[in-house]
Unconditional design. Structure first.
Length: 444
């Protein structure tokens, strides 16, 4: 009976499946590799992605995450019979792979009638994998040498364990960084790294997204993530090791986010991120843990040239009620007192209000200055180590306080000349007092 069936059905099911493939023309060698890609699935775990690339043309014939039920023979058969355009149906003359994948490809090699050849390098796969990982937010630094020193210092100082994300860094006198804000990542959620936001609006949108929880993000950010070895493919990890970028079993991944879309950093964006990180490290070297508790401004050197960096210190008294809750006008100026030019902060209001403020601030001997965004600052009043509260908001950035930074002190004038007056007259001063700039707030 079996013989009779054989004469009616002369091929086995396996032979029927193979036969259409064996009739396909040869295409030349294929590169085949399984690359671990982080956060590709909804669970956030690293998964294997199959890459099948024609060795001679670089065209991708198969790119697919593997599930638990996938068979490599089936997926490579699909790459032969129904490849994506512009590929034509065809089967490989050989399967090129790295040594660790050779045994896994034996079944596919039999189906395709192609030998397995072990190669240390698979340039087509590597290029395709790098493009995919970059688009997912998984790009390796393109300028490894420029990252090496700042990453060495970043890990040596362990800034993520000290600086909160509420400590915001801004930059001046640095082309391309003048509009940027930056934060160190890691203290709050364990995702170690560094983020640069191209504009103040991007940073504010990021802050709003974090506080809102769940709303769709609308900001652009440039990111450095320092991920564990298990989140990289073996080849990618080896490249990072060879470049000297691996620290404490973590390697760098650089990428940009535009809303929900991840993409690679341009060389210019990557260079700005390096400069920003160098500037933050320079401020840390000069100020130490004061970066985490006091705002300030400081000129530092980077490999791209001098940068003036300011920081908020993570302690912004933006919710404190103002001591001065009457109509007023504020001016940053200077005055020659005792033959010496000194920085001067003038607060003007009605005479009766000025007299009351002079009484309320009796004992005031110091101020600290805190950034409110990029273009405004809040002045806090101090009597010794006692915080008297928020004195006044000034429509001037931290940069405008440079005279105070250089002198370390100045004069505070409470004027009763009226909130609408645009002139400053010493005869209208109800109080004129020397005040020091508390150490740290503006880089002193």
């Amino acid at each position: 009976m079996r013989g009779a069936l054989r004469s009616v059905f002369p091929w086995s099911a396996l032979e029927i499946a193979i036969d259409p493939l064996t009739s396909l023309p040869r295409t030349g060698p294929w590169e085949v590799d399984l690359v671990r890609a982080p956060e590709l699935d909804s669970g956030g775990a690293a998964v294997e992605v199959l890459f099948v690339v024609e060795h001679t043309t670089g065209l991708i014939r198969q790119l697919r995450p593997l599930s638990a039920v996938d068979e490599l023979a089936d997926l490579l058969s699909e790459a032969a019979a129904t490849p994506p355009p512009p590929n034509a149906p065809g089967r490989p003359s050989s399967l090129l792979c790295r040594g660790e994948q050779a045994m896994r490809l034996i079944g596919a090699a039999r189906v395709l009638g192609a030998p397995v050849q072990v190669r240390p390098d698979l340039p087509g796969v590597d290029e395709a994998a790098e493009a995919l990982l970059t688009s997912m937010g998984g790009g390796q630094p393109s300028a490894a040498a420029s990252w090496r020193a700042p990453l060495d210092a970043f890990f040596a100082e362990r800034l993520w364990s000290v600086l909160p994300e509420s400590s915001v860094f801004r930059f001046a006198e640095a082309e391309g960084l003048d509009t940027c804000c930056a934060v160190v990542l890691g203290k709050s959620d364990g995702r170690i790294g560094f983020a640069v936001y191209p504009t103040e609006d991007d940073y504010q949108a990021y802050a709003a997204f974090v506080s809102a929880g769940g709303e769709e993000p609308s900001f652009t950010g440039w990111y450095l993530h320092l991920d564990s070895e298990g989140e990289f493919g073996e080849h990618s990890w080896r490249r990072l090791e060879e470049a000297g970028l691996v620290h404490e079993d973590r390697g760098p991944r650089v990428f940009a986010m535009k809303g929900l879309r991840a993409e690679g950093l341009s060389p210019e964006q990557e260079a700005l991120c390096v400069t920003a990180l160098e500037a933050v490290l320079g401020a840390w070297k000069a100020m130490g843990e004061a970066l985490a508790s006091e705002p300030g401004v400081l000129a530092v050197e980077t490999t791209s040239g001098p940068v003036r960096v300011s920081w908020t210190g993570g302690v912004l008294p933006t919710e404190a009620p103002l001591i001065l809750d009457v109509p007023h006008r504020v001016a940053l100026s200077s005055a020659r007192i005792g033959g010496q030019e000194r920085p001067l902060l003038v607060v003007k209001m009605g005479k009766r209000d000025a007299e009351i403020l002079a009484i309320e601030t009796r004992g005031l001997d110091a101020i600290s200055v805190h950034a409110l965004g990029r273009t405004a600052t809040r002045v806090m009043a101090w009597a010794g180590d006692q915080d008297l509260g928020a004195l006044v908001d000034v429509g001037a950035s931290l940069e405008r306080w440079r005279g105070w930074v250089d002198a370390g002190e100045g004069m505070l004038a409470i004027s009763g000349g009226g909130a609408n007056s645009e002139t400053v007259s010493p005869e209208e001063f109800v109080a004129l007092m020397p005040v020091r700039l508390r150490p740290g707030p503006t880089g002193g």
